[in-house]
Design a protein around this ligand. Sequence first.
Ligand code: KIV
Ligand code: ZN
Length: 396
Amino acid sequence: MADGDKKKSEERVRIFDTTLRDGEQSPGASMQKEEKLQIARQLEKMGVDILEAGFPVASPDDFAAVCAISEEIRHASVCALSRCRSEDIEAAARSLEKARSPRIHTFLATSALHMEKKLKLSPEEVLETIDRSVRHAVRLVGEVEFSAEDATRSDRDFLARAVGVAIAAGARTINIPDTVGYALPTEFRELLHFLRTTVPGADGVIFSAHCHNDLGLAVANSLAAVEGGARQIECTINGIGERAGNAAMEEVVMALRVRKSFYRLETGIRTEEFVRASRLVSTITGMLVQPNKAIVGANAFAHESGIHQDGLLKDKRTYEIMLPEQVGLSEGSLVLGKHSGRHAFRARIETLGYRLSEEDLSAAFLRFKKLADQKKEIYDEDIETLLSEGSGTPEA
Ligand code: KIV
Ligand code: ZN
């Protein structure tokens, strides 16, 4: 490996989890303090680098939750969100007082649309506000992240000026949010590259991506940002978040892991904890995970077609690009249904403890196919019944 490549392979992408902040902004997903603490413990166990615990000024409950998380979490950095307003920044700093590694995340919109219609501030006033707010936050908590809200719909040169002001004021992480999930991967990669290579002081800060999923591109855009030089990804468990959600942590991290020879980047995440984290977040928020959801959906490692099942029985790599154990499942499953073949059927009955002659197996397989035409899925009990109708012999 060339020297340049070697250096690249040692680089790390920080994982910034915002399940407890942007994730909580999913309609109906609000959480109590104790529930947030439970999720925070799981996130810390997984090796998340930064854990955004909430938006303290938003409610006394959220303030209390950030305080409690700051007190308990020792390994991950704990982050609190604030608008570019003094009262927000001060509430964020107070909520982080007990944190071992606190971070204030302050944000202000930079698109013409947001500045004019929502903030009612001129571009120059926006730059002054960023400067004043970042300096204020840095005085209270050294570690400050600045986000240019609606960055992907902002004028590129104005965005670059805003990022430059935040860096000069002391922000150490610059987050580029695709607030409304509007960006396309190539465009987003170029935006990150442009900012990193043109803004004065950019080489001294970490660039971050925060992608929403309105066009289903949050994960692709996060990975494109990494290609453009971002070294922090903001994401949530199960991809929950405002509207269509945020980039799903399990998908981003597994893409970096499975395609490591392409990215040559590490995360510190214990991926074996993904299924546990997914179930915990789903139970607490009441937001169900769709069965075909990548990585953690019930069908993510389930195989029904006979051709696939046969291939898997010969070598798992034929139809699995990662092991179920790597994401915390004990093993994948061969689902028996009308597309299943004789090999998978034989494997299942042998797992159940039956050994059949070839002739009996053929007869049982015919009965199985008939049943499979009437039922979506064939369970072990169905097979037991089906065998008891024939001449299967349980092993001693
Ligand atoms: O989507 C967004 O722009 C945000 C910011 C607060 C970072 O969530
Ligand atoms: Zn967001």
